[in-house]
Design a protein around this ligand. Sequence first.
Ligand code: GBH
Length: 483
Amino acid sequence: MKLLLSAILLYTISPTKSQWSFPDDFKFGVATAAYQIEGGWNADGKGVNVWDHLTHTNPNFTIDNSNGDIACDSYHKWQEDVQMLKNLGVDFYRFSLSWTRILPQGFASEINTAGVQYYNNLIDELIANGIEPCVTLFHWDSPQMFSSFGGYYNPVFVDLFANYARIAFKLFGDRVKTWITFNEPKVVCQDYNEFMGLVNEVYPNGVIEYLCTHDLLKAHAEAYHIYDNEFRAQQNGKVGITLNFEWSEPASVKSEDVEAAEQRRQFEFGLFASPIVYGNYPEVVIKRVAHRSKREGFPHSRLPKFTLTEQLKLKGTYDFIGLNHYNSWLVKASPEQPFGEPSYDKDVGTERFVDPSWEDTEWDGKIAPFGLQNSLKWIKATYKNSLILITENGYPDKTGTLEDNRRINFLRQYLNATLQAIHQDQVNVKAYTVWSLMDNFEWAQGFTVKFGLYNVDFTTNERTRTAKKSVEYYRSVIKDRVV
Ligand code: GBH
C-alpha cells in the first residue's frame, strides 16, 4: 500500500515538459511609460516634450485625434497603480521618467522639484509595498526644446542625455537598482521622424537613421560610464538598454535564405547590440552600407564610423540586455535593390512575409511564440551568454474586454517559450515583463489599441481601473511559477 501510494505520488509530481517552472531567481513584472500613462502634461512646472508638441500641433497624428494630456492620470493616481501592482504580486515595476517633468527645458541647469517629488513618492510607495522599481530614462518623450537644434541629429544630444542620466542616478539611485537608458532606439531612429519634433525638416533617408543611432549609442555609453565612475560603488545597481527584436526566421533551409535572415537580425538588433557588446557595428552592416553608399555616389559610407577611442568606450557598456519582443517574420533572400535614392530598407535588403498558419493578434503582429525562444537563443549565442531581461511582451486588442481570454492564451504561450529557453537552451534570462499594467495611450494609435492587464475607462474623469481576467492569470503564474 505504502509503495503504491509513493508510486502514485512520484508519478504526479515528476516534472513533464509542460510542468517546467520558473527558477527562484527569475522575476516577474509589468511595464508602462511616462507619456503613455501619466497625463499632467503641464502640471506643476513640467516642460513640453515632443509628444505634447506633436499631438497639440497636429491632432490628426493619432488615429482618434487623442493625446496624452491626461492619459491614465497616473500623475494623480500613482497610489492606486501601486495597489494594482501589489494585487498582481509582481516583483518589479518598469516605468519611465518624463525628462521634462524633472528638467523642464531638458537642460540640467533647472530642476523641477515637484517632478522630483512625484517620482520620489512613487518609488517610496513601491518599495514600501515590496516592489522593486525598474526605471527607463528615455521612453520617447524628448524635450521639445531640443528640436530647435536638431535633436538627436546634433551630437550635443550625447552630453544632454548624460547630464540628465547623472541627475536621475543622483536623485533616485539610492533606491533604483535597475536602469534602462533607452527604450527601443530602433523605433526612435527609424519609425517616426516625428519623434524629434522635426516633421518639417528634411533629413534624407538612409542617413538620418544612422546619425540618430550613432548618437543614441554614444549617449548610452556615456550614461553607463557615469554610473560606473560616480555611482556604482555606493549604489550597486545594473544599467542596460532595451532593444526591440522581431524575430527573423529563414523562409527555407537554402543557405541564401539562412543568410538573409541573419542579415536582417544584424541590421535590426545587431546595429544596436553589437556596438554595446563588442564596440562596433556588425560586419555585414558596415560592408553593405559602405558598398551601397559607394554605388550611390557618396564619397564615404552613410554609416558613421566610431573612432578607436569611441569603440573602446562603447564596448561592454551593459550589465544586461533588455529585450522587447512582440512579433516574428519569415525572411528570404531578394535581388539587390537598384542604386538610387539611399534608404535604410534597401540597405537591409531581403524580403519578409508571415506564415499564413500564424494566428493574428487584434492589431499589429502575429502569434508565434517560437520567435521569442529563438530570439533568446540567438542573443545568447551572438552576445556571449549575456544576462537578458525580457522588458516587454504583450497582447493588443481593440475592445479592452474584461474577458480577455486571448491575452491569457498569448501570455501562456510566450511564458512557455521563455521556460523552454531557460530549461532546454540554458539561456541566461532572468525576468519577464508584461506590456502593460493597464490600457494606455498607444502612440499613433491613441487609445484604440489596448495592452492592459487592467482596463481603464477613458470616458470618466476618474479613469477607473478594472482588473481583467488576465490579472488573475498572471497573479497565479507569479505565485505558482508555472504557466
Ligand atoms: C513597444 O514598441 C513600446 O516600447 C511601447 O511603448 C508600446 O506601447 C508597445 O510596444 C506596444 O506597441 O502602426 O504606426 O502605430 C514595440 C514596437 C513600434 C511596434 C511601432 C508597433 C507600430 C507603429 N512598436 N509599431 S504604428
